[in-house]
Design a protein around this ligand. Structure first.
Ligand code: RRO
Length: 309
């Protein structure tokens, strides 16, 4: 299925940041397998991230505390350029930035990506696994941050935000009131939700960092992601801000749920991590099948049409 994010045509199903995008080779695999994908959140300098073990499979999802391992700005830009050289406009690439200080990192990162061939730039305001506070949770700082980073840095590439799980309509209303004041073209909801898993055999946590607390992904978080997206869909009506859903999608039926909730596109994270890049096209095709069997041939016929009882 085709859609538009911030006016740019892409497949409905793409990839979430931080999944199968750690190396240049993995990014090229994503580019060859799907039409729209997201790069790992980028910091100015390379980072090794948190101690191992930092990722574990759970019964219906994952827990991880990667700690923002990434190859840094120079290597990420190299990968982006080589992908664009090879695939041109056939592949839409979303860069993700997660600088550690406003002045030195974020403005530099934003300026660098605004000068790149990225199709979209996502600011990760929701990374749960570093000692940095989550700016998406601090609405006063977010307002100032968006003015400095999104409105002030010049460039035509659409900029969006990767959001944390908020869990309340009041927070969604406040968030949307803020982003409407700035040049935000899309939002992606949601990042992983902080949680803890316990292995009773070993009477132990299953990952090492942060006493075992990490971001939960996969099927556990889908109902929470759907609820956040539904609220955003209602609050964003009448704006041209696109809504990307993310959280536990592993099939065309799951993608169809996010479509009914009102998402313009979706991203696959944990399931991609477990099964590899071929799942993205499979889910997109499965979504087409779901739509066709219900006699819909475009996403606009269904988007947001969730019935309530
Ligand atoms: O690297 C991570 O630990 C990480 C990041 Br940046 C993020 O945005 N979300 C997540 O679950 N893990």
């Amino acid at each position: 299925m085709k859609t538009k994010i911030a006016g740019i045509e892409t497949d409905y199903v793409g990839t979430a940041s931080g999944c199968h995008d750690t190396t240049d080779e993995q990014c090229h695999e994503l580019a060859s397998a799907c039409n729209f994908f997201t790069l790992k959140s980028c910091t100015l300098e390379p980072r090794i991230g948190n101690v191992e073990p930092r990722y574990a499979m759970l019964p219906i999802g994952t827990i991880q505390s990667m700690g923002l391992p990434d190859r840094g700005l120079v290597a990420t830009l190299d990968t982006l350029e080589s992908i664009k050289e090879k695939y041109g406009d056939k592949v839409k690439v979303k860069a993700s930035i997660a600088g550690f200080s406003l002045k030195e990192n974020i403005e530099l990162l934003m300026a660098a990506f605004q000068d790149s061939q990225a199709d979209f730039i996502e600011i990760n305001v929701s990374c749960p696994n570093t000692d940095k506070s989550i700016i998406g949770h601090d609405f006063n700082s977010l307002d100032e941050f968006l003015w400095r980073v999104v409105d002030t840095v010049e460039g035509d590439i659409p900029v969006g935000l990767k959001l944390p799980f908020y869990g309340s309509l009041i927070s969604h209303e406040r968030l949307v009131a803020i982003i409407k004041r700035h040049d935000v073209s899309f939002i992606t909801a949601i990042n992983s939700i902080p949680g803890l898993w316990i292995d009773t055999w070993n009477e132990s946590a299953v990952i090492a960092p942060n006493n075992g607390t990490g971001g939960i992904g996969g099927s556990y978080i889908m109902p929470f992601a759907l609820n956040e997206c539904r609220n955003y869909y209602n609050l964003l009506k009448g704006t041209d801000i696109s809504l990307i859903g993310c959280g536990g999608i592993s099939s065309g039926v799951d993608a169809y749920r996010f479509l009914l909730a009102g998402c313009d596109a979706v991203e696959v994270g944990s399931y991609l991590e477990q099964h590899g890049p071929s799942v993205i096209t499979e889910i997109n095709n499965d979504l087409s099948f779901q739509c066709k069997t219900r006699c819909y041939d475009s996403i606009d016929q269904i988007k947001g049409k969730l019935k309530t009882l």
